[in-house]
Write a protein that binds this ligand. Structure first.
Ligand SMILES: *[C@@H]1O[C@H](CO)[C@@H](O)[C@H](O)[C@H]1NC(C)=O
Ligand SMILES: *[C@@H]1O[C@H](CO)[C@@H](O)[C@H](O)[C@H]1NC(C)=O
Length: 188
């Protein structure tokens, strides 16, 4: 008797399935899935598929900065840190303008780029420094040229929370020209 009932139900179910066109079925499935996900989040039932969103949100908060020099920087020695005093953007507050250091608010992949203007006939040898290690080099040598050389470098690094990043000097003397020299970065 029960068996007959089950068979009957399956038949009806299958019959229903057959009568439903694939498109609305897919739509229902999407709506069902959405509501299960929403319910799951609403009641705080945590599974892998609905991982703690507050943590995820914190990790994906925008981190981006864009800063530039206020004054010329003359005769930098090797290992000197370039402090960009003018802050145009500092989302996530990773960049500290009084010391010129960006501290990663969270771990992840970060993109940095910086542009220096070397005085005519002079040099600007700068590097991205991560925790005191040179990571990427921007070799800007105007040599005997009569032009003001503009040099850019972009690089991508993997950082842990709290890692410190700045623009340092890897060759001396380095002379760079005011507001046309800038540094920016963001988390992917
Ligand atoms: C989600 O993460 C936040 C921040 O880490 C924590 O306070 C909260 O208790 C977590 N919620 C659940 C349901 O695990
Ligand atoms: C910037 O760094 C200095 C020196 O470590 C510190 O005293 C200051 O509080 C920092 N500023 C911000 C906004 O974190």
């Amino acid at each position: 008797m029960l068996l007959t009932f089950v068979v009957l139900m399956i038949t009806i179910e299958c019959g229903l399935c057959d009568n439903v066109s694939p498109k609305p079925g897919l739509k229902l499935f999407r709506e069902d899935y959405k509501s299960v996900e929403e319910t799951c989040l609403a009641v705080g039932f945590v599974r892998n598929s609905c991982k703690n969103t507050s943590t995820t949100k914190t990790n994906h908060r925008a981190v981006a900065f864009d800063v530039r020099l206020k004054d010329d920087k003359r005769n930098f020695a090797r290992k000197a840190r370039v402090v960009f005093e003018t802050v145009d953007l500092n989302e996530g507050l990773g960049y500290n303008a009084s010391i010129g250091i960006f501290t990663a608010p969270s771990g992840g992949i970060y993109v940095f780029d910086w542009t220096t203007i070397a005085y005519e006939g002079q040099h600007a040898y700068t590097s991205l420094v991560v925790n005191d290690q040179f990571k990427s080099w921007n070799f800007c040598q105007a040599g005997n040229s009569k032009t003001w050389l503009s040099c850019s470098k972009m690089t991508i690094v993997k950082l842990k929370q709290g890692d410190k990043v700045w623009i340092g000097v890897f060759g001396e003397p380095t002379n760079i020209f005011c507001q046309f020299t800038s540094f920016s970065g963001y988390k992917l």
